[in-house]
Design a protein around this ligand. Structure first.
Ligand code: TXA
Ligand code: MG
Length: 352
């Protein structure tokens, strides 16, 4: 690793960010260096999206493999043609309906966009995030900002500035601390380069929302377990993973909780420290079986999503050896939650 640099931390009001600080951060971006900033989904690790050396710094800081492409963030729909060519009408329809928001669109890459943001693909991922800090930073920089989630590769995404500093402190120039992010899981990635709009990663914008504008949209669920480049790179199974070994249970809720409790007791008897990641209503069934962490009420999938990555990091900090968690259904955000849970568990799903 390079010798550490001093990471500046600027605390900002998420609703009214100080323009002087934004201007200083924008200078750092224009200078080809790295600034982490909050979006409505998770914190991003930003660099000038039109500069190959700046993007190279992102890969180095994150220890991210070069075959995993990065999203470019813009502050206005009018900036889309700076990044993409042959943009289909449906992209503009979707942008008008769902931007700023948690939707990333894969489009044909424009000539001025460096190869390395796209890991060599002829496409580019573009998103217009909501949130005043992100919008102000991008607008002030005057260039699109490339930003993957601001975590070390394969670690849970960062939803607070403290998470960013934990993973990337000393490796990046600055962090804009705007408090905890609102959605807590990443954007939905939608590929618009083929015949049929295809969701490559479920996220903060739901399939229903997209289908209202693009009715033929489908979801392609595919997990890759090795380093082979593919048309949807970055879909490796190991992702968002805590240090602890995680298992995700699915099935009828009462049976799932029984099985989790039994397993927790068995593992504890073997001397392992067990973390349990559950809904508020699960608590009575599971109390005493391990370190219990409540994500939120069962019917509040937004709250559960918002808390997920912080919970994984907190259980790691509590030095648990194993994390047992469960499925939260396939309604709404449940789809994206399931995706993140299975990845965090590196595919260890127990069907009860
Ligand atoms: O909410 C989010 O999307 C956050 C915030 C910071 O915007 N960003 C984020 O970036 O989650 P990252 O790098 O952690 O995930 C980007 C995903 C990866 O799965 C990557 O493979 C995919 O988008 N992606 C990026 N460019 C792509 C491309 N040209 N073709 C296919 N997939 C692409
Ligand atoms: Mg990520």
């Amino acid at each position: 690793m390079d010798s550490p640099i001093k990471t500046r931390v600027w605390r900002l009001d998420a609703d009214a960010p100080d323009p002087d600080i934004i201007a200083q951060a924008a200078d750092i971006i224009r200078d080809g260096r790295l600034v982490a900033f909050p979006t409505e989904t998770v914190y991003g690790l930003g660099a000038n999206a039109l500069s190959a050396p700046a993007i190279e710094r992102i890969y180095a800081a994150k220890q991210r493999p070069a075959h995993d492409p990065i999203i470019a963030h813009i502050a206005a729909i009018d900036d889309l043609p700076r990044l993409a060519v042959d943009i289909p009408d449906i992209a503009f329809d979707l942008a008008r309906a769902l931007w700023p928001g948690a939707l990333t669109m894969i489009l044909k890459r424009g000539a001025d966009v460096p190869d390395n943001i796209a890991a060599g693909l002829d496409t580019v991922a573009v998103r217009m995030p909501s949130g005043k800090i992100a919008a102000a930073l991008i607008a002030s920089a005057g260039v699109p900002i490339a930003a993957p989630s601001a975590n070390t590769f394969t670690r849970p995404s960062a939803t607070t500035a403290a998470h960013v500093l934990h993973d990337l402190g000393g490796r990046i120039d600055a962090v804009l601390d705007g408090g905890a992010t609102h959605i807590g899981i990443e954007s939905t990635v939608l590929d618009l380069t083929g015949e049929t709009p295809t969701i490559l990663r479920p996220g903060g914008v739901l399939l229903d929302d997209i289908q209202r504008i693009a009715p033929t949209t489908i979801t392609r669920s595919r997990w890759q377990t090795d380093d082979t480049p593919s048309p949807s790179p970055g879909q490796m199974l190991k992702h968002y993973a805590p240090n602890a070994r995680m298992m995700v249970y699915r099935g009828e809720v009462a049976a799932v909780l029984d099985a989790m409790r039994r397993t927790a007791e068995e593992l504890s008897a073997e001397g392992l420290r067990v973390g349990l990641l559950v809904a508020a209503e699960d608590r009575p069934h599971i109390d005493g079986a391990g370190v219990v962490h409540v994500l939120g009420r069962r019917d509040d999938l937004a709250g559960i999503s918002r808390n997920l990555f912080a919970a994984l990091r907190q259980l790691d900090a509590q030095n648990v050896d194993v994390i047992l968690t469960r499925d939260f259904g396939a309604e709404g955000l449940g789809v994206a939650l399931w995706d993140r849970l299975v990845r965090a568990a590196e595919g260890r799903v127990v069907t009860v």
